[in-house]
Design a protein around this ligand. Structure first.
Ligand code: MG
Ligand code: ZN
Length: 352
């Protein structure tokens, strides 16, 4: 009798566990970050697209407070850490809180839930924003340490620049050789053709080009190739996509550059929306880590959407930034909240 009871309890436990993991299995998350993309950048980008943006297709909108632990004006490392790990920290720090505790990122947590993981950036892959999802370093400038941590972290698929940080190192290690379970590719075609479960696609040796200088691949092409690959498994996936250079264009106070980067990002957002239309269990979040440049549109013509602009700074500003979302759980991203809540809301969406 005892044996039968034990058997029944085991079956019930097994079934409920399976049911749970089945539910969890389904929610894919695509987190898209426009570095330095405040409301003015979105507005000018939208007008430069003749008054339209794919962001208009995202039904839920929130606003995020961007200040860091140490400063009203955050940098990308502290803001990336807040979004990725759920704690505000000191500017310049990645994945470590002010009490010196190493934090686990939402990407790493999703792996514990059986997620496939991917990162795409239009900067080097060891730059602050992408690094916030896999690295723990006191200074964002420890690029070679960050590369070493990526080599040990097992992000399944990544696309970005910065190959030199893996091969031309002070410690003389060749991380590409050490990452023997990865297939390293150097074109989108090879990325598509690869059948490996782990792929690193280096788009450049250092920082990738500006979009106005012909950067390849286009972000929309990269995200479409990535989604093909990462959604081909039984597992759900967590994908981070960063349009990195909206920020760089802001630092340069370069209006044409910033709009061109936004337009490329906008197209990539449309690619993500197209995917979610076919794969309903996909949560898409589009946000920024902070605003860059203090951009103001001070005049212009409504017929052709030409704009007159002023810049407030060559640095970042303390402006709150919008959070757009669509898909299951996207309604939880409405309201005004701290950037650290983005981590908590994604975690909640993954866990439930
Ligand atoms: Mg960045
Ligand atoms: Zn910046």
């Amino acid at each position: 009798m005892k044996k039968i009871l034990f058997f029944l309890i085991s079956i019930a436990f097994f079934l409920s566990f399976n049911l749970n993991s089945q539910e969890k299995k389904n929610l894919n998350v695509i987190l898209m970050i426009g570095d330095g993309m405040g409301m003015s950048q979105i507005t000018s980008g939208m007008y430069s697209l003749n008054n339209r943006t794919s962001l208009e297709k995202m039904p839920h909108i929130g606003i995020s407070k961007t200040h860091s632990y140490s400063s009203l004006v955050t940098d990308s490392a502290a803001a990336g850490t807040a979004i990725a790990c759920g704690e505000k920290t000191i500017n310049g720090t990645l994945g470590i809180n002010p009490q010196n505790k190493q934090l686990e990122s939402i990407l790493e947590i999703s792996k514990d839930y059986g997620y496939k993981t991917g990162i795409i950036a239009t900067s080097s892959i060891v730059h602050a924003t992408p690094a916030a999802f896999y690295a723990n370093v006191i200074s964002r400038n420890q690029y070679e340490d960050i590369a070493l941590q990526l080599s040990q972290n097992e992000v399944d698929f990544f696309v970005g620049g910065g190959r030199d940080y893996f091969t031309k190192r002070d410690d003389k290690r060749n991380l590409i050789k050490e990452m023997s379970d990865y297939d390293f590719v150097y074109s989108l075609k090879k990325f598509n053709e690869s059948t490996s479960n782990k792929i690193g696609f280096f788009t450049s040796l250092g920082d990738p080009y500006r979009i106005i200088d012909g950067r390849k691949p286009k972000l929309s092409d990269a995200i479409e190739a990535m989604l093909d690959k990462i959604s081909s498994y039984e597992n759900p996936f967590f994908l981070v996509v960063e349009s990195s250079q909206i920020d760089w264009a802001g630092h340069a106070n370069d209006f044409n550059w910033i709009n061109a980067e936004f337009r490329e990002f906008d197209e990539a957002i449309q690619s993500a929306i197209n995917f979610s239309n076919k794969n309903k269990n996909t949560l898409i979040i589009v946000t920024a880590d902070h605003e860059t440049g203090g951009l103001a549109i001070t005049g212009g013509k409504v017929r052709r959407f030409t704009m007159r602009t002023k810049w407030g700074t060559i640095g970042h500003t303390a402006e709150m930034v919008p959070v757009f979302s669509t898909g299951p759980k996207s309604e939880t991203f409405s309201g005004i909240y701290d950037n650290t809540d983005i981590f908590k809301k994604i975690l909640n969406a993954i866990e439930n």
